[in-house]
Ligand binder design. Structure first.
Ligand code: SIN
Ligand code: MN
Length: 271
């Protein structure tokens, strides 16, 4: 699926682009099924909430060489529907920098502070440039009460703000200070809620200001994020390189699948 000129313009203007209902309900069901099986394992790629046993993140689902690897997520990151729009924005082959599902348990699932992703990737991994794009796949209905993401449209144009380390949740995050956020909202406008149905894809820029609140609803929230990095965009030397599943240093490009379908392990096994 090639992006149109007007879709590319929307991404450049706002720092994000919504592609509604790109994946079907059946495909999303495959992804949820594989997530449920994977999240049950004990591994550092499965990260819990600070205040209890609920799962907050699962890394590495697309990478079948790792313990959380899954057929369904590998087919997702290699599908033309997800990969081609990223290549259209990056203008060159790309690899997967990392992938993760972020979950928020009903009622208690914790917030994500306002941040820019590149604040994390420059601070932790010395990534050279924001020549990357995140493709988010909604795995259930994203609602405001359920702790959906919020974006500040156009805020990617403000460049990288000084990242500030915040360890209030179970995930160490380089965030944007309160004063910088107030200034950004005065300049770019109020946050918009990123709501939508399962199978919807939202692509966003590494400089876009975003965050999300607590899940106040009675439903779990699940969102898959695949970060594509242009192959020419290298990670620099750092004192303590993060594991490959958080910040891939592989330079080989991800190959697009011949067939644009999401298949689960059970389909492959019975084939
Ligand atoms: C993130 O921005 O990295 C995660 C936000 C969320 O899943 O709500
Ligand atoms: Mn983020």
């Amino acid at each position: 699926m090639k992006l149109t000129k007007s879709q590319i313009q929307t991404y450049e203007d706002n720092g994000y682009l919504v592609l509604p209902d790109l994946f079907t309900r059946d495909e999303v069901d495959v992804l949820i099924h594989e997530l449920t099986a994977t999240a049950a394992i004990t591994d550092e790629r499965v990260i819990k909430e600070k205040a209890g046993p609920a799962i907050r993140m699962v890394y590495g689902l697309h990478d079948r060489s790792g313990p959380t690897g899954s057929v369904g997520y590998e087919s997702l990151v290699r599908s033309a529907r997800l990969l081609q729009p990223a290549l259209d924005l990056l203008g060159e082959p790309a690899n997967v920098f990392h992938s993760k599902v972020n979950l928020k348990e009903a009622i208690n699932g914790e917030f994500w502070q306002w941040h820019q992703d590149f604040g994390n990737w420059s601070s932790e991994d010395a990534v050279a440039a924001p020549h990357m794009v995140t493709s988010l796949v909604l795995l259930d209905q994203a609602t405001e009460v359920g702790g959906c993401l919020y974006f500040i449209p156009g805020s990617h144009k403000g460049g990288l703000l000084p990242p500030k380390l915040d360890q209030r949740t179970s995930v160490k995050l380089w965030t944007v200070s309160k004063d910088q956020m107030i200034e950004a909202v005065e300049k770019f406008g109020e946050p918009v809620a990123v709501t939508g149905g399962p199978g919807t894809v939202v692509m966003f820029h590494p400089y876009l200001l975003h965050g999300s609140g607590q899940n106040m609803s009675t439903h779990e929230r699940k969102q898959f994020y695949c970060v594509y990095n242009a192959v020419s965009n290298k990670l620099g030397p750092v004192a303590a390189p993060r594991p490959e599943y958080k910040a891939s240093r592989r330079s080989s490009a991800v190959q697009m699948s011949n067939q644009d379908v999401i298949v689960g392990a059970s389909v492959l096994e019975s084939a």
